[in-house]
Each structure stands twice: as structure tokens, then as C-alpha cells.
Design a protein around this ligand. Structure first.
Ligand SMILES: CC(C)(COP(=O)(O)OP(=O)(O)OC[C@H]1O[C@@H](n2cnc3c(N)ncnc32)[C@H](O)[C@@H]1OP(=O)(O)O)[C@@H](O)C(=O)NCCC(=O)NCCS
Length: 195
């Protein structure tokens, strides 16, 4: 049945254009810029992310990351992107569609981060708005899920303004910054729910 089929990209996926930004598959040549912006944003990002491995910003760890992304893409398990600012090509952040569930779910989990020097310019709004049609059309997903800590005002605002609807509250849902933390659950459906 076509609806349930798995996507298989034998070629690298094309970049996704957005309003002022472009999403592209990360590659080894992104290392220096990626590591620099992550280092500059370390204190800003750490409270909202899984604990960073001690070697996370090394070239070797980045190479493993790129290999994992390539394998996830090849096997339709996940799609990772860097977010580039169109004006100057700066690498401003990252976004992932992870944990792809096919079969009767056709769902994925959305994750994202913005580098500290680039926050509050609308770049993540543009990136999420661009990835939604990619997820529903190119990947033929039915449902995008996202979860955030209740105190993450920026993430909540981002999700609500890009069409995600709050569906629930999950206790100790994810281990963030070394602590099992409660999360608000959001989702965006391929077609809006009937009133
Ligand atoms: C969440 C995050 C990705 C937003 O990125 P961004 O590029 O700053 O987002 P945008 O500029 O597109 O802003 C989206 C909305 O959030 C609002 N916003 C952003 N930061 C905010 C803050 N600190 N407090 C309140 N609102 C905030 C913006 O004003 C905008 O709403 P508006 O259009 O009504 O003004 C970024 O803050 C981030 O990386 N945070 C740390 C990591 C993180 O939280 N990851 C997600 C875990 S669930």
C-alpha cells in the first residue's frame, strides 16, 4: 500500500529553501563553523539538550555524527539539517526529524537548536515552516511531534506559531541536561483536525 511505504533516498536530498534560510544535510566541511557556533552557545544550549559528551565538539565526534546522519538518512530513520542564513551562508543552527516511525504511525520527532548569536531573528520559525511541507510531502509523514520543558518559553512560542498544537504532558519524558524532566507534548498533523 503506497501510504505505508518507506522512503529511500539513494541520492543526497536537495536543500530545503525557507524564508531567509536554507536547510541542508550536514557535511564534514561544516565542522569548523558548527563547532564554533556550538562552543559559543554552550551555556545557552546546555539546559535544553541531552548532556553533551566530553568530546562532542571534536572533529572525530563530528565525523561520527555525520556518519550516523548518513546512515539514518539511508535507512529512513531520521533527517538532520544545518540551517544556513541565505544572506551570508552563516551556519546559524540545526534541526532534525528523528525517530521516524513508518507503518500505521507515519510520524517523526522534531528537534532544533539555534546558535546564541542568531536567536530571535525568526530563523527557526522559517526553518520549521520550511521543514513541515518537506515532512508531509516529500517524506509522506502524517504527524510531526515535538516536546519541550514547560519553562522553555522560546520553544513553546515557536511551536505554537508554526502550527503545533499542545496535546499533553508527559512526566519525566526525556533526560535533558542529565535530569529526567517533564515535557509538554506538541504535534502538527498533515491535515488540520476537523472542528
Ligand atoms: C527555541 C529556539 C530554537 C528558538 O529559535 P529562534 O531562532 O530564536 O526563534 P525565532 O526567532 O524564530 O522565534 C520564535 C518565537 O519565539 C519567541 N522567542 C524566542 N526566544 C524567546 C525568549 N527567550 N522568550 C520569549 N519568547 C522568545 C520569538 O519572539 C518568536 O515569537 P514572536 O514571533 O511572537 O515574537 C532557540 O531559543 C533555542 O535554540 N533555544 C535553546 C535550545 C532549545 O530550546 N531547543 C529546543 C528544545 S525543545
Amino acid at each position: 500500500m503506497a501510504f505505508f511505504r518507506t522512503i529511500n533516498f539513494s541520492e543526497p536530498i536537495a536543500s530545503i529553501p525557507g524564508d531567509g534560510v536554507t536547510l541542508r544535510t550536514p557535511q564534514m566541511t561544516d565542522y569548523a563553523e558548527w563547532a564554533a557556533v556550538r562552543e559559543k552557545s554552550r551555556e545557552f544550549l546546555i539546559p535544553w539538550e541531552p548532556t553533551w559528551p566530553v568530546d562532542d565538539l571534536t572533529r572525530g565526534a563530528f565525523r561520527r555524527r555525520i556518519r550516523r546522519y548518513a546512515e539514518d538518512l539511508r535507512t529512513d530513520q531520521g533527517y538532520a539539517f544545518v540551517i544556513l542564513r541565505n544572506r551570508d551562508g552563516a551556519l546559524v543552527g540545526g534541526l532534525t526529524l528523528a525517530n521516524i516511525r513508518r507503518g500505521v504511525a507515519q510520524a517523526a520527532s522534531l528537534g532544533y537548536w539555534m546558535g546564541l548569536p542568531f536567536i530571535r531573528h525568526g530563523y527557526m520559525t522559517a526553518a520549521v515552516a520550511a521543514v513541515i511541507p518537506f515532512a508531509f510531502t516529500t517524506l509522506r509523514l502524517h504527524r510531526l511531534e515535538a516536546a519541550c520543558i514547560p519553562t522553555n518559553t522560546a520553544s513553546i512560542r515557536l511551536l505554537e506559531k508554526t502550527g503545533f498544537v499542545r496535546e499533553g504532558y508527559a512526566r519525566e519524558y526525556l533526560c535533558i541536561n542529565g535530569i529526567w524532566q517533564d515535557h509538554l507534548l506538541y504535534a502538527c498533523l498533515q491535515e488540520p483536525a476537523k472542528a
